[in-house]
Design a protein around this ligand. Structure first.
Ligand SMILES: Nc1ncnc2c1ncn2[C@@H]1O[C@H](COP(=O)(O)OP(=O)(O)OP(=O)(O)O)[C@@H](O)[C@H]1O
Ligand SMILES: [Mg+2]
Length: 263
């Protein structure tokens, strides 16, 4: 991937999405964003999930300042008022909290709501090389605004029997968004989390094979199951700082390289 040159730079905006719950969206958002920041890219993580797991993954007790993305989407605050710096140089966060549930309902009733994230980001976009968005486990208003603002989407899946159901739904939604409102949107890739390489003869291997058949050139490296990733999230610290030599950090570095090559 080549970063755009010139005085006005636009970031790559990557929505991490899957309507299935617990597949590793937030873990991916946190670790890809941290890896990009570690490589020196100016990175903004946007938490678009009312569960606020990406926010607490960086700030155990919630983000400082008390202002959240939901306020920005409703026009109550500008992006620059919402963004906070994190413990990792080059990584900033636009946080969420539980109020996003009500805020997204309110947003959904407004005309042209789907462009709100894109509009919110416009004044600060040139400050970043990458914006990574954590989407909620449902294909509702928040996922729609994320895909409308994004230049690419990334789909983490668990290597389980029904993982293609969720994947197909996301690809269909993204195709619709691309056709109707965001011609720039492309698939950054699909990949499997909590992968167990020892299960080579079993389901995990077969499922990765099937994905490669369905989405040739779009299947990115797997992320192995690694409890250090879960522990880092629990203590509210990026894994790259909490346990830099763990498998999870190494796998997310490999994945990030593949994403950059695919953009
Ligand atoms: N590679 C991994 N190895 C071990 N545990 C993992 C891995 N990836 C994610 N987890 C754990 O699995 C759980 C679900 O992951 P995560 O929160 O990233 O999923 P999600 O798709 O964002 O969930 P939701 O749909 O609820 O937003 C978390 O406890 C997380 O720490
Ligand atoms: Mg999540």
């Amino acid at each position: 991937m080549q970063l755009p040159s010139g005085s006005v730079r636009s970031p790559q905006i990557i929505a991490v999405t899957n309507n299935k719950g617990g597949v590793g969206k937030t873990t991916t958002t946190l670790n890809v964003a941290a890896e990009l920041a570690h490589r020196g890219y100016r990175t903004l993580l946007i938490d678009l999930d009312m569960q606020a797991n990406a926010t607490t993954g960086l700030f155990k007790r919630g983000a400082p300042g008390g202002r959240t993305v939901g306020m920005g989407l409703l026009g109550e605050a500008a992006a620059a008022e919402l963004i906070v710096k994190t413990s990792l140089a080059n990584l900033s966060l636009m946080p969420a909290n539980i109020h996003l549930a009500k805020q997204s309902e309110e947003l959904y009733r407004q005309d042209g709501y789907e462009q709100r994230l894109k509009q919110l980001l416009a004044p600060v976009a040139s400050n970043y090389d990458f914006v990574i968005i954590d989407c909620p486990p449902m294909l509702g208003a928040m996922t729609y605004v994320a895909l409308a603002a994004a230049t690419a989407y990334l789909v983490p899946c668990e290597p389980e029997k029904y993982s293609f159901d969720g994947l197909r739904l996301v690809v269909n939604l993204a195709s619709g968004v691309q056709a109707q409102i965001n011609p720039d949107l492309k698939m950054a890739g699909v990949f499997f989390t909590k992968y167990n390489p020892k299960k080579r003869s079993s389901l995990h291997h077969d499922i990765v094979d099937a994905a490669e058949h369905l989405y040739p050139d779009k299947v990115l490296p797997n992320i192995r199951a690694d409890q250090s990733l879960a522990q880092a999230q629990r203590v509210g610290e990026p894994a790259i700082l909490y346990k830099p030599d763990c498998n999870g950090v190494a796998d997310y570095a490999t994945l990030t390289t593949a994403i950059l090559e695919n953009l």
